[in-house]
Ligand binder design. Sequence first.
Ligand code: NBP
Length: 472
Amino acid sequence: MSTADIGLIGLAVMGSNLALNIAEKGYTVAVHNRTASRIDDFVVTAKAQGLDGKVIPEADLAKFVQAIKAPRSIIIMVKAGKPVDEMIEELLPLLDKGDAIIECGNSLFTDTQRRFDYLKPKGIGYLGVGVSGGEEGARHGPSIMVGGSKEQWHNAEAVLTAIAAKFNGESCCAYLGEGGAGHFVKTIHNGIEYGDMQMIAEVYGVMRDGLGMSPKDCAAVFKEWNKGPLNSYLIEITGHVLDAVDGETGKPLVELILDKAGQKGTGVWSAIAAQQMGVPATAIEGAVAARSISARKDERVAAEAIYGKPNRAKTDVTLAELEKALLAGKIVSYAQGFAVIAKASEENGWALPLATIAKIWRAGCIIRSRFLDQMSSAYAKGGNVNLLVVPDFVAIMKDSHPSLRKVVAAAATGEFPMICLSAALSYFDSYRQAQGTANLIQGQRDFFGAHGFEIAGRGADLHGTWPSTLGK
Ligand code: NBP
């Protein structure tokens, strides 16, 4: 008999925690995994948590599908990429028209769009769902960004809304748009996350090397900042990371961790999407580049041997200036991220609701913060405009950009790398200037390529009379 409210395939870290979350909310979940031993392990865990009564384990895929009430909603939480396509092909012959596959991994949004288009004519719904919050979020309430087949979304809405994080009682789960919309928004969420993390790391660099602070001292500052306008999950965990002590040596753990950051692709996807649409997202690009440079440890060691150790004399920036610089950099980075989302919405006809996106990021996800509540209210009032011209944020930027400027200037003279914060400052300075320098670029383009330029009052596609450089 079909008794499960929903099915879930893929019982690794994320899938097993999501399944436990679903069971805990009172829904019956059928579970399946390619390797059967993972199903047995999951049942043991569910039993230990008193949730096994809400779980239907099934190693046979056909029986798993039959155990789910029609129209079926089946979550796939397997490794992104080829495994998702393989899973879809295995499921297809077992599904009926009106059923839906709900793919919750970190998929590339163009893959999601392709799968959505592939399944639509077959009468199978496809939901590409971004889930943020890591293992803890999956178990106790992630932020859930839904895209894809709207009709089938309604079949799964109650379950997904129930398992999501709550902010002031509101679920951090929303349907955002057709096709790849959910995964696109999750990608940009991750891009913004890259920016936040990099800017925090840059400020930590000044604290450590410019102010001579110990990890413990830094931790105390981040804990204090978490009570103010920077209040957020990433600031909170930064305090904990800096506070941690290595059990073996008794040294601060952060000082033992190798300074090579990994990445799985969503930052790069965000930067590529932004570039392809002609939307500047310099903070995200800077953060991705910083991770790539960090990974080239051997090259950095060799270059330091050539140029000598950076001459990091004590800096005169204050902790209050660092806090404000971080706030200003963060506003610029979010302004860029939301501008990318707004443009993608326009290009793909998604009608992405920026206020709702900010709302469902207020809890459950990695970039959750107090600041997103303010941002959500601003977008609810102001429509899809750049955050830098929204009055609430104009006031914060006016107050904080001088600190960002001072910190970036001190970093330049103090030989601290600040790829992300300096990119944010340059964007701000470029964006807020009425007169830029692209007039010269247009002159150069016309000189070598006859690309034309515009002169106010005289029209566009004008050309200069340039001297010949041939033979010189
Ligand atoms: P993994 O990304 O490590 O994937 C492992 C799961 O994929 C296992 O259940 C494995 O089955 C299954 N699988 C593979 Br690999 N190939 C398969 C195939 N061809 N057919 C069927 N199943 C296959 O798991 P995860 O860390 O739980 O992440 C799941 C998804 O969630 C990923 O897309 C990830 O990027 C995303 N995500 C992860 C996090 C996080 O914090 N970890 C956060 C947010 C999103 P097996 O047991 O038989 O090998």
